[in-house]
Design a protein. Structure first.
Length: 391
């Protein structure tokens, strides 16, 4: 006699089958282990979620797999599941804005690597009489030449406050000018790089401040008697300014987190292929006048040893030491709909979806009278077992 499964179990099995058959996003499955990573690609790909578009995406995972103890060689920052706004994130899929851009602008698609996705959050932040929870996800690669030229980087921003403020946003943030960046150690001087991708990347009000060879020579390679200053010499802050606005130009929300890395793996050197030089090599470098790394600093643990590659586990330049700053979260959507559809850059917001649009959630309120500007920073070194550049 055929035994029937309970209805709830049938629904569960059907849901699992549908999830397994979900089409893969471009971002899913692109990571492969290096010789020093002990986790398999299969284990890594098991950390996935179904995005709002029905596709499978990679998501946050710990640097060490809990079940097996194997290492992935990279980290994604703080575990988002402990954030009070994790329920707003759809499981935090990595790559949703890049995927939308592929449909929105097929000739200008933007694909970012897996390891650059970084997560940070703060719970119970007091802002006057209001209490807020924030979570942000940024793609900030500090190991490759990508950010020298490309100013469009995926950003997720999620917030909830006791005054009714609520945001769930995914977009490509435009950090300054395409095809150039700002010299990291002075945050003023523009440096021209290769053309950006997409070639029609919009100009953004933010900035990518990236160290270059001149920064290294000024602050890191110094005469005897001085001490090398990797901060500010190799300091890399990115500053964002993000608006969600309608086709008519009305701003519905504004937020401006910033992201800084103090031990990135690379810097800009116009004499190198792809303009790409590695910070670890500074530890062994000497200028013609004798200037070199001096004093106790990032190089102290490796400078007296044979040179190591930038991917070595012993390199201190692995992009794990980061500061995230939350500043403003403005909502000006009084009595408006909560669900909007924008282009991948957060513009052209309208109430019906269109090709390449991203669904955004913006609470139907105006919080400008209650939510004030703050400068709330969190600095964490996310170094862990097995983590190395590229990270």
């Amino acid at each position: 006699m055929l035994k029937l499964l309970p209805f709830a179990i049938c629904l569960l099995l059907a849901g699992e089958a549908l999830a397994q058959s979900a089409p893969s996003s471009t971002a899913y499955g692109i990571w492969t282990p290096s010789a020093t990573d002990s986790c398999t690609k299969t284990i890594h790909d098991s950390y996935s979620v179904i995005g709002p578009d029905g596709k499978r995406y990679p998501t946050w995972h710990p640097p060490v797999d809990v079940a097996t103890g194997c290492t992935f060689g990279h980290e994604h920052g703080k575990d988002p599941r402990n954030s009070e706004v994790y329920d707003l994130t759809d499981g935090l899929p990595f790559g949703v804005a890049n995927e939308a851009l592929t449909a929105y602008d097929p000739l200008g698609m933007r694909h970012e690597d897996h390891v650059g996705h970084k997560v940070e959050w703060l719970n119970n932040v007091k802002i006057g009489t209001v209490t807020c929870d924030f979570l942000t996800r940024i793609h900030q690669g500090t190991h490759s030449a990508d950010a020298f030229s490309n100013n469009a980087h995926e950003l997720g921003y999620f917030a909830r406050c006791t005054d009714g403020t609520e945001l769930a946003i995914n977009k490509l943030a435009a950090f300054g000018q395409p095809g150039e960046f700002i010299k990291g150690c002075d945050k003023i001087t523009p440096i021209t790089a290769q053309p950006a991708m997409p070639m029609d990347s919009p100009i953004g009000p933010g900035s990518r401040n990236i160290p270059d060879l001149a920064c290294a020579k000024e602050y890191v390679l110094v005469p005897t008697g001085q001490t090398s200053q990797f901060f500010p010499g190799m300091y890399e802050p990115w500053e964002s300014e993000n608006s969600i606005f309608t086709r008519g130009g009305k701003v519905l929300a504004y937020f401006d987190p910033s992201f800084a890395v103090t031990n990135g793996a690379r810097y800009f050197d116009p004499a190198q292929p792809n303009n790409l030089a590695y910070a670890i090599n500074l530890c062994y470098m000497m200028e013609a006048n004798g200037d070199k790394v001096q004093g106790t600093n990032n190089c102290s643990s490796v400078s007296n040893k044979p040179p190591i590659p930038y991917t070595d586990l012993k390199s201190p330049f692995n992009g794990t030491n980061r500061t995230t700053t939350f500043i403003q979260t403005k909502v000006t959507n009084d009595r408006g709909p909560a669900i909007w559809y924008t282009d991948p850059y957060g513009g052209n917001a309208q109430t019906t979806p269109f090709v390449g649009s991203i669904q955004q959630y913006i609470a139907p309120i105006d919080n400008t009278a209650t939510l004030k500007i703050i400068v709330k920073s969190v600095t964490v070194n996310y170094n862990a077992q097995g983590v190395h550049a590229p990270n």
